[in-house]
Design a protein. Structure first.
Length: 579
């Protein structure tokens, strides 16, 4: 029995319960019917004996010398008319005046007469000459209230049993009906239970629950179970951490989660998703989602109308994206060094040729000028930035801009350290802003990108790190600025820059700025390009914070448009970056 399914065990227990309940109900109904028949018979006998006792003819007859000659025919007539088994009229000393068996006339009455002699009516079940009977005895009173005789009327128990047994078919019908209804209800409930438990037994269910609960809390990925009404009915610890859930056991509406709108829409829609990238305030999530369709038990046709909900997995790609950014920075620097190596080889050949031609002074001047130009940006960056990843990034982007024919104008204030700020976030912000600016400037007549990094002060006097990147591109029209930091948004496909990875860079910038509790605004430069200004609070102010110069203005006036925090600003040809 231990191997039986939970539904089969439930059906068997329910069937036994219904059977016992039906038998108990039958016994109760039969006992109630017997009691009702006996009570009705007793009441009827009381009515018969009382009526005979109140008949004046009976009182007159008992005072005559031979009462039996008058009362016997009278009693027989009443027994025939009323269907009682006996009517016995007797003297106060129990001597019978009447009896169904004439031989018993004159003999003493068998039964209780104490109550009747006291002037009351009494009912009992007693075994007399006719066997056990239900009888009632009433006194015959004269005008003075004295007991002059007694009347006993009764019906045998066997005759009462006939009336009682007549109720058996009804009792049996009720019991069988209850048994059939209970069995049918148990069968239907067991089928429903079998569908709900997939035909598994208690041991299987217990083992499955323990295993699934262990898996739920041990996997490194976030796991969400959403029902057909878009409610989160189950999620593991990792999902709670990634989505900022408070761990309450009540179902949570997916549409009310404090996450990005794209992720809310995905969870609420129930659609399939495969390796979709979604951003939260501080994380990059890789999301997969599938409908939850219960398996069909073996040997049965599928009958489920649709999915019961969805199963969603969340994979944290924040660290991977950060490492990718660092690897991309190193790749940029490597490409720049490779390009410089090729260029320096050409310049070295030129110097060698000048020496061979005897033009030593020109060779010395050419080598000195080339060395100064190559070392100027590197020295400026290395002396101003104390983070090697950021320094490598700026050096690589400078070489990349030079290779693409774009003028990169750096303005990095002396003593601008990055202590206290996450270098990964800084690489994300500066790298993606420069990538976006280089792409925009490349299409302009005079390609130019300006980068400014310096310390500043907020309105409350708190130290800030201000990063300004502007380009000579086409700028950002007002209709697009509200979407520039949206994940997946890009217009570069319209400008011949299709490909995967578009619409991510500036979204990552917005996320990093928000994670650092900073602010980013988008304005237009006087020449029509776009200017991105990022201000990040510095956790530990440097000693010379009060001496920081004003914010950088790298180009003429500006048509001031504050796009505000990371949710603002975008333009034709601008993109979320190449991320």
């Amino acid at each position: 029995m231990s191997r039986w399914s939970l539904a089969r065990q439930y059906f068997l227990v329910q069937l036994v319960f219904v059977l016992v309940l039906s038998l108990s109900l039958s016994v109760i109904l039969y006992a109630d019917a017997a009691r009702s028949v006996n009570d009705a018979a007793a009441e009827r006998m009381v009515a018969v004996s009382t009526t005979i006792a109140l008949d004046p003819a009976v009182l007159r007859a008992v005072e005559e010398p031979d009462p039996s000659s008058v009362l016997q025919p009278y009693a027989v007539d009443i027994m025939d008319q009323l269907g009682v088994d006996f009517v016995t009229i007797m003297a106060t000393d129990r001597t019978r005046f009447t009896h169904p068996d004439p031989e018993q006339i004159g003999k003493p009455y068998i039964g209780s007469v104490t109550q009747a002699l006291a002037g009351g009516t009494y009912t009992e079940t007693y075994a007399g000459t006719l066997g056990p009977s239900i009888r009632s005895i009433a006194p015959v009173l004269d005008d003075a209230g004295r007991v002059r005789a007694m009347v006993a009327a009764g019906i045998t128990v066997d005759r009462a049993a006939i009336a009682r047994n007549a109720q058996l078919p009804l009792v049996a019908a009720i019991a069988l009906g209850a048994l059939a209804a209970g069995a049918l209800a148990s069968f239907l409930l067991s089928r429903r239970l079998r569908d709900a438990t997939l035909g598994m037994g208690p041991d299987d269910l217990s083992r499955t629950f323990v295993f699934y609960d262990s898996v739920l809390h041990s996997v490194r990925e976030g796991l969400l179970l959403t029902d057909a009404r878009g409610r989160l009915v189950l999620y593991n610890d990792q999902a709670a951490r990634l989505l900022g859930l408070d761990g309450t056991p009540e179902p949570v509406q997916a549409a009310r989660l404090a996450v990005a709108a794209s992720l809310r829409d995905l969870l609420a829609s129930g659609r399939r998703a495969h390796d979709e990238v979604h951003l939260t305030d501080s994380r990059v999530l890789l999301v997969n989602q599938e409908p939850a369709v219960p398996p069909t038990p073996a040997g049965r046709a599928a009958h489920h109308p649709g999915a019961l909900g969805t199963v969603t997995t969340l994979r944290d790609h924040t660290e991977i994206e950060a490492l990718t950014g660092q690897v991309e920075t190193m790749r940029t620097l490597t490409d720049a060094l490779r390009s410089q190596t090729h260029e320096h080889a050409n310049r070295l050949h030129t110097i060698v040729s000048l020496v061979e031609l005897g033009r030593n002074a020109e060779a010395l001047e050419f080598a000195t000028r080339d060395l100064q130009q190559s070392q100027r940006l590197t020295d400026e960056v290395l002396h101003a930035v104390d983070e090697p990843f950021i320094a490598a990034l700026l050096v690589g982007k400078a070489a990349q801009a030079h290779e693409r024919g774009i003028e990169l104008v750096p303005d990095i204030a002396a003593g601008t350290g990055t202590t206290g700020l996450d270098p990964v976030d800084l690489v994300t912000v500066i790298g993606n802003l420069l990538d976006n600016a280089l792409d925009e400037a490349a299409a302009s007549e005079e390609p130019r990108v300006a980068l400014g990094v310096r310390r500043a002060q907020g309105r409350d006097g708190a130290p800030l790190l201000e990063i300004v990147v502007e380009d000579s591109g086409n700028g950002l029209p007002e209709s697009e600025k509200a979407r520039v930091f949206e994940f997946g948004y890009t217009t570069k496909q319209d400008q011949g820059c299709p490909g995967p990875g578009r619409g991510i860079g500036l979204a990552l910038v917005g996320q990093a700025v928000q994670r650092c509790r900073g602010h980013v605004e988008v304005t237009d430069t006087e020449l029509g390009g776009a200017r991105f200004t990022v201000r990040l609070p510095v956790p530990t102010p440097p000693p010379d914070a009060t001496d920081a110069p004003d914010a950088l203005d790298t180009g003429g006036g500006s048509r001031n448009h504050t796009a505000g925090p990371p949710a603002d600003g975008a333009a034709p040809g601008h993109t979320g970056g190449t991320g």
